[in-house]
Design a protein around this ligand. Sequence first.
Ligand SMILES: Cc1ncc(COP(=O)(O)O)c(C=O)c1O
Length: 401
Amino acid sequence: MPIATAVKEALGSSSMIRKMFEEGNQLKKQHGADKVFDFSIGNPDIEPPPAFHRVFLKLAKEDRKGSHGYMPNAGYPDVREALAKKASREHKVNIDGSHLVMAVGAAGGLNVVFKTILNPGDEVIVSRPYFMEYRSYVGNHGGRLVEVDTLPDFNLDIEAIKAKLSPKTAAVLINSPHNPTGRVYPAAAIAALAEALRAHGKASGRLPYLVADEPYREIAYNNIEVPPVLSAYSESIIVNSYSKSLSLPGERIGYIAVSPDISAKDDMMNGLIYATRILGYVNAPALMQRIVAELTFAKVDVAIYAKRLAAFKEALDAAGIPYTEPEGAFYLFCKVPPKKGGASAEVGDDKAFADHLKQYLILGVPGTGFGKPGWLRFAYCVDEKLIRASGAAFKKAVESW
Ligand SMILES: Cc1ncc(COP(=O)(O)O)c(C=O)c1O
């Protein structure tokens, strides 16, 4: 028996990020790991903060009776209470554990949310560029992703979103700080989006959800505030994870929280809990739940990422590669520079430029992989030394482009 057609097709168009990652490993075997400037994947290389190891060892040693057993599908009640305090502070609301469900990372959380809210054929509006896995997360649950462009500075284009709202719109999905652009949407943009959704709800009788994917909330620069979402709109749902803020992507731990004003709260929470169970997660990992509850406000040292960003910008400036200034996350979204003799206004060929960079052992992900041709994403969760060493290679690559 063959495997499902949809899966077969998906395998054929495998993620560009993964493809670059595999090519990077190949190049490293050939040339040595320290010779390859692999900026392809957003896998944090900073170790979790020391407090994580301390709490991890303490809880592992305690080995409390029953601590490896099944639990309520929503997660441990005391952990939900603790994280609701965190979400309340960040989102300027007053929610308790009954508004929060523990999740298997942001990816697990988003799947649970879409399973809960989507009817067949429902639409989820997303702004381009975006994290490509969203297409699968929405498709997994019978939904259809509807793409709109952002403004040229990569902020939300509220008019473009409004133009796509329809009776089929179940949700608008936003991500801030943003992968791949590093943009942090200002409070005014969130407010304008909320207003547009309320107006659409009034006119159509269906108030769409606002789903905010926030795994980078804690990674923002220059003391910029990542504006609250839960207090901005009644039908809002946030998904957060510790993959980036505590550098724990392999441990698969995060949470979903809803606005205190959400309609039919009991249905929503029961739906999220049911989806957690039947998607096969059953519950988020037990030990990790107990650890993050003790580390509510801990995070990796963001200053390290800020220093790397500065080093990367120096390298790009020297090479003449334009980029959009990131306000958070750990990506630089760069414009493909014009070819020698080419017009600077034309959209550069991002795949060709990514191939060209490979000759200089530099790996970045073509913007096409995020729905934005003409751009390239570099992840700077790599050693600062490697970033500094890449400067000469970037320069040579641009000179011969
Ligand atoms: C925008 C965005 N959302 C979700 C995820 C998935 O995160 P997690 O590891 O918490 O599932 C990622 C991972 O890189 C991401 O960049």
